[in-house]
Design a protein around this ligand. Structure first.
Ligand code: AMP
Length: 147
């Protein structure tokens, strides 16, 4: 198998995020690949800003919720040793933004968590399923047990 060169980890700040992050970090080390992280803001409304849907992490937005989300992403980035310019915070729908950033940044592996869904939630689909369906690169779905 060819070595991966650029891995994108999608982080949702859930309690199972560490498991997914460890896998991505391990793969990045194994392949000596660049590691990027993305967090998509899908639960707070977008304030009227001048910088569009991609939020620069060094920008003081003045919005408390947004600041908290930025701090979390910076902390995860520090823990994983992700370069500041490879930490992305974007407004939108996770499945779309993850796939779009992967294309923009020429990512060759996306790492997401995957819940063991059944019943109605399986029919409604998941972020992992959608990313797998639409991404042009490889996708690793890390099984999250009891999630
Ligand atoms: P879900 O199926 O939506 O519960 O999410 C499964 C996986 O999708 C998570 O483990 C993350 O890897 C990714 N994901 C979900 N929501 C987000 C988000 N807002 N930002 C980035 N990644 C996300």
């Amino acid at each position: 198998m060819d070595a991966y060169q650029h891995i994108l980890l999608a982080v949702d700040y859930s309690e199972h995020g560490d498991t997914v992050a460890r896998k991505a970090k391990g793969l990045a080390e194994k392949y000596q690949a660049k590691l990027s992280i993305i967090h998509v803001l899908d639960n707070i409304s977008m304030p009227d800003t001048t910088y569009g849907t991609i939020i620069p992490l060094d920008h003081d937005s003045g919005y408390e919720l947004l600041e908290a989300e930025k701090i979390r992403l910076m902390q995860i980035g520090e823990q994983l040793g992700v370069a500041p310019d490879h930490r992305w915070m974007v407004w939108g729908t996770p499945k779309q933004e993850i796939v779009q950033l992967a294309e923009q940044e020429q990512v060759d592996l996306i790492v997401v968590g995957s819940h063991g869904r059944h019943g109605l939630s399986l029919l409604l689909g998941s972020t992992a399923n959608s990313v797998l369906h639409y991404a042009r690169c490889d996708v690793m779905a890390v099984r999250l047990l009891n999630a």
